[in-house]
Design a protein around this ligand. Structure first.
Ligand SMILES: *[C@@H]1O[C@H](CO)[C@@H](O)[C@H](O)[C@H]1NC(C)=O
Ligand SMILES: *[C@@H]1O[C@H](CO)[C@@H](O)[C@H](O)[C@H]1NC(C)=O
Ligand SMILES: *[C@@H]1O[C@H](CO)[C@@H](O)[C@H](O)[C@H]1NC(C)=O
Ligand SMILES: *[C@@H]1O[C@H](CO)[C@@H](O)[C@H](O)[C@H]1NC(C)=O
Ligand SMILES: *[C@@H]1O[C@H](CO)[C@@H](O)[C@H](O)[C@H]1NC(C)=O
Ligand SMILES: [Cu+2]
Length: 401
């Protein structure tokens, strides 16, 4: 099973593809999102065979797309996030975190080099979402946990999306318009084939909608400067550096990386977890491995969702969960992984791939599913294998629709 010759690898890929026995989807099904919805259904049917422990068939959570949640529930979700933003921080020694909400942002900053471009990326962020869900529950939110299906918003203007349309049942508006026409963003011009993105439609402070006037304090650490190839960062990101939440919604960028075709092909064409991670988030750890060649320099859906929100801190890898929209985007990341896992649970449910460090730099040992991960000091560490099946109740008990 572990022979690493190219011939064996390609034989395994072909074998896995046929073993799944999925319906044949037309290009139209793939581009319209109906294939992705069908894959979600198949994943749910498979997942439902794996109820265990405290998670009961009569009582499990269903995570839903934001716009399918009734507006009244969405308003309650927003109110719970605002409640968390008023609760005190548990990190008295860190000046830049001023609330329980920002504590998760500080934790994310502190762990960035371990939990991105590593085997921990998917499980750690799954547990981060669970932690946030528990905290919102303590703030009175008992409704469905939302995710953001990017595909619904790639063809039009992102500021018209129910996620960002400025209504009281949204996560607020785009940033105020600060004209920056002509200021393209060119990514990593010396590392990969350069990719150029047009500017978004905002870039100023979010002044309207539920999070209008929100302040952010940590960082910045790696904030993209549109129109240059540089980033803004401060010497000590842990200090309190008060500034407004900014957004720069960018439909063009979202369309380029996170349309239905992109997401569906990611799931359909990645038979191995290392390939799936490479296609999802440009996690290309082995430059000399030809299987990764198609993904080198392509940033994937993970990047697409983050950078289409843009601004500060959403456009800062280290601090992006300071924008409440982060949790809907990562809900979708978790969903896409969950669908991929549950299309072939026998081979995929309990797999991790990679090490403990960002692109394995510095080199660290492979992660195993018997290790624990920690997110927040007030929540118990969890063994990775215990969050791979989301229907054990110990601690997870949810599916996606
Ligand atoms: C993370 O926080 C711990 C505890 O404060 C600290 O010792 C460590 O240096 C931090 N690591 C990074 C990368 O900030
Ligand atoms: C921005 O990109 C567009 C499309 O690639 C290009 O036409 C335009 O000249 C670029 N603008 C600048 C200032 O580089
Ligand atoms: C800016 O808004 C216009 C008009 O709604 C839209 O067509 C365009 O795609 C938006 N640009 C970006 C980069 O999102
Ligand atoms: C994503 O979709 C766009 C538009 O259909 C396409 O140009 C691009 O190649 C796709 N990228 C991937 C990685 O599928
Ligand atoms: C699971 O992980 C093992 C070891 O890393 C790997 O050989 C195997 O191909 C993986 N399976 C999938 C479906 O990714
Ligand atoms: Cu992250």
């Amino acid at each position: 099973m572990h022979i690493k010759s190219v011939i064996c690898v390609s034989a395994a890929l072909a074998g896995a593809a046929s073993a799944l026995n999925l319906p044949k989807f037309s290009q139209h099904d793939i581009d319209s999102g109906s294939a992705l919805a069908a894959l979600n259904k198949i994943a749910t049917q498979n997942a439902m065979k794996a109820f265990k422990g405290k998670c009961k068939k009569s009582d499990y959570k269903v995570r839903q797309e934001w716009r399918t949640i009734p507006p009244g529930q969405r308003r309650k979700y927003v109110a719970a996030v605002q409640c968390l933003q008023k609760k005190p921080s548990v990190f008295q020694e860190v000046e830049g975190t001023t609330s329980a909400y920002e504590d998760l942002q500080w934790i994310h900053l502190n762990r960035t080099f371990e939990v991105h471009f590593s085997a921990l990326f998917l499980p750690w962020h799954r547990y981060l979402l669970h932690t946030y869900e528990q905290q919102l529950a303590a703030c009175g939110y008992k409704g469905p946990i939302p995710y953001w299906e990017w595909g619904f918003d790639t063809e039009g203007d992102l500021s018209k999306s129910p996620v960002f349309d400025d209504s009281d049942a949204s996560l607020g508006a785009d940033g105020d318009r600060v004209p920056h026409e002509g200021y393209n963003m060119t990514l990593w011009p010396d590392q990969y084939p350069a990719v150029t993105y047009p500017p978004g439609n905002g870039s100023g402070c979010v002044t309207k909608g539920p999070f209008g006037g929100l302040e952010t304090h940590l960082g910045p650490v790696l904030l993209t400067d549109w129109g240059t190839s540089t980033y803004t960062s401060v010497e000590n990101p842990n200090l309190k550096n008060t500034r407004c939440l900014k957004r720069d919604l960018n439909s063009v960028l979202l369309h380029k990386h996170a349309n239905f075709r992109n997401t569906t092909n990611l799931i359909l064409q990645s038979n191995e977890l290392d390939i799936f991670q490479a296609a999802l988030a440009n996690d290309v750890r082995f430059d000399n491995d030809p299987r990764f060649a198609p993904f080198v320099g392509d940033q994937g859906v993970h990047f697409g969702g983050h950078m289409s929100i843009g601004g500060d801190p959403a456009g800062d890898v280290f601090l992006s969960n300071g924008d409440p929209a982060f949790y809907l985007h990562h809900g979708q990341i978790d969903r896409v992984w969950w669908i991929w896992q549950n299309l072939d649970p026998a081979n995929r449910l309990f797999n991790v791939s990679g090490t403990h460090t960002f692109l394995n730099s510095p080199p660290t040992p492979d992660v195993t599913v018997d290790e624990s991960i920690v997110v927040h000091p007030d929540f118990p560490p969890v063994v990775i294998k215990d969050i791979m099946n989301t229907l054990t109740g110990d601690p997870l008990c949810y599916v996606y629709i």
